[in-house]
Design a protein around this ligand. Structure first.
Ligand code: 7TS
Length: 405
């Protein structure tokens, strides 16, 4: 069990009024709020430590480098990677996927090769692959889903062939909440010799990630969804594969030696970290991870599951409301539509009650098309949300729906 009132006290942003009502923040799938410890560490970094990393012998340079590298070890443990060389700092999930598509794609894929993604991917796990397909004349294949929002397994099996070179799927859908069977997907993809990239943007805040157990080749996620600042993300890659991949960006830090005739590249992970990195936010990522550990991932998962179950059962009692995404295995994300009302109007009416939900297509336009809709309203829960908040949300939503009908 987690100590909810203590956790809520740790998040200063929650304690304010929006439109004259106490804020209820249910837009956690877009970005999570930050605990005071994370905010403090950013302040402290700029007040006392700020210095560039890996390039100075003075005391501050050593301190910033130590803090910067301490995060790498914390992330390694967070995803259970074998070595810190497998942990690459990026701007976020989007950059991680682009890095793999660009670097791995350029080196290893040739005309006619196939890439498999799924219908429920975020645009950031669609567009980089499409760009690669255009450039190299590859074929993009898409795993269909059923009405509940689950992947159709037989169709996935049919798509796999020796031509499949990459399978890139999301661990958890940001729009439906579906938790995909990514270990099984990886196993099957490996049988045809494909590499697997898992988009962990929505899984990393909610439950334990073990890349060795999953056996995926790449795992990407964003710091800002796990209570860390924006602008920092992680690409995990198997060392043997990363070693064979060419650099993504060229510049300082990623080189060993530069001459005008020939440049040699740095070792992992620095080969993929050109230029001055986002040091302060990297440092704060460790604080966010420490915070998650202090609450306990199992406690977080249990609490969020209770919120999800309670919210789902309650929303089902509202006439005219339909939940989009009813997979058996779901993370704490609920998308819904209301008969006769635009999702944006629902979002605005909830906002007038202090309740923040996301509305729109959630950067999943092909998925919306699959359901024959243009968008949904989406409530997504984090560790600091309470059953009371869900109760208030359902009550207000019920009033709004009845008013519209
Ligand atoms: N993949 C998934 C599954 C996501 O949910 C998101 C962001 C991304 C990739 C991209 O992450 P970024 O940090 O690089 O932007 N999802 C959302 C969302 O659902 N609402 O706002 C952003």
């Amino acid at each position: 069990m987690l100590n909810l009132s203590q956790i809520r006290n740790d998040f200063p942003i929650l304690h304010q009024q929006i439109q004259g009502k106490p804020l209820i923040y249910f837009d956690n799938a877009a970005t999570s709020q930050k605990p005071q410890a994370v905010i403090d560490v950013l302040n402290n970094y700029y007040q006392k430590i700020n210095s560039n990393v890996h390039r100075g012998v003075h005391t501050l340079a050593e301190r910033s480098t130590t803090a910067f590298e301490a995060t790498r070890e914390a992330v390694r443990k967070f995803v259970n990677a074998k070595t810190i060389e497998e942990i690459i700092y990026t701007k976020g999930t989007t950059e991680g996927i682009n890095l793999v598509a660009s670097s791995y794609g350029k080196k290893f894929l040739t005309k006619g090769d196939e890439i498999i993604i799924s219908t429920m991917e975020h645009h950031s796990n669609i567009v980089p692959w499409q760009m690669l397909c255009e450039e190299k004349d590859l074929v993009l294949k898409v795993i269909p889903i059923n009405d509940d929002g689950d992947l159709i397994w037989e169709e996935f099996e049919k798509l796999l062939s020796p031509k499949t070179k990459i399978v890139a799927v999301t661990h958890v859908s940001n729009a439906l909440g579906t938790i995909n069977p990514v270990k099984k997907i990886t196993e099957l993809a490996h049988q045809v010799g494909a590499v697997v990239l898992l988009d962990g943007a929505q899984a990393s805040p909610h439950f334990e990630i073990d890349v060795q157990d999953l056996d995926c080749d790449f795992y990407v996620f964003s710091g800002h969804k796990i209570y860390a600042p924006t602008g920092i993300g992680i690409l995990y890659g198997k060392k043997a594969i990363l070693e064979q991949m060419p650099p993504y960006l060229g510049g300082g830090e990623m080189i060993k030696e530069v001459t005008f005739e020939k440049t040699t590249y740095n070792d992992l992970p620095f080969k993929f970290e050109a230029g001055t990195p986002n040091i302060a936010d990297v440092v704060a990522l460790k604080t966010a991870i420490d915070y998650i550990h202090s609450v306990g991932k199992t406690n977080i998962a249990q609490h969020e599951h209770n919120l999800l179950t309670f919210a789902t059962d309650s929303l089902k009692t509202i006439k005219g409301l339909k939940i989009i995404g009813q997979a058996k295995n779901k993370a704490s994300v609920i998308s819904f539509i209301v008969d006769g009302a635009h999702h944006m109007d629902i979002g605005m009416m909830l906002d007038a009650n202090g309740i923040a939900v996301r509305t729109g297509n959630h950067c999943t336009m092909p998925l919306m098309k699959r359901f024959g809709i243009t968008g949904t309203a989406r409530a997504s829960f984090a560790m600091y949300n309470s059953i009371e908040e869900v109760e208030f949300f359902v009550k207000k939503l019920d009033e709004i729906v009845q008013q519209i009908r």
